[in-house]
Design a protein. Structure first.
Length: 136
């Protein structure tokens, strides 16, 4: 009886290299290597420090709950009322004139849940005049 050897299909080295390259390319597409450094920076406040005129509380962060409560405060309420919710800011920005003869103060708070975004609160004559978000 003649023994038959089972023949395993052999793959060429070129096919193996191409398959390996496809796997590596897919991994690079799925894992954005440009954002690796961002993982480390996400836990730190990302307020644009160039815009800060004076640093007040460098550990200050605004939680979702604080933000939600702040949004219920009507404009022209007192600065003291706003401070009951948000406490001390991360930093103060340079003052500016929004309207004639009215000096406006601005304070920045990084968001705890999105450190690359900051909430800037505007005050005119110790009254809450509004807010805006600064996206980095």
């Amino acid at each position: 009886m003649v023994s038959q050897r089972s023949q395993l299909p052999t793959t060429s080295p070129v096919k193996s290299l191409v398959a390996g390259g496809v796997v590596i390319a897919a991994a690079v597409v799925l894992f954005d290597v440009r954002d690796v450094g961002g993982w480390l920076a996400r836990s730190q406040p990302q307020v644009n420090e160039k815009s800060c005129h004076e640093f007040v509380q460098t550990e200050a962060k605004l939680s979702r709950e604080q933000l939600a409560e702040l949004l219920t405060i009507p404009e022209r309420d007192s600065k003291a009322r706003v401070r009951e919710v948000v406490a001390e800011p991360y930093c103060r920005l340079a003052s500016l004139n929004v309207r004639a003869d009215v000096q406006a103060e601005r304070e920045a708070y990084p968001l705890e849940f999105d450190p690359k975004t900051q909430l800037v609160i505007l005050y005119e004559n110790d009254e809450y005049a509004g807010y805006r978000f600064n996206f980095e």
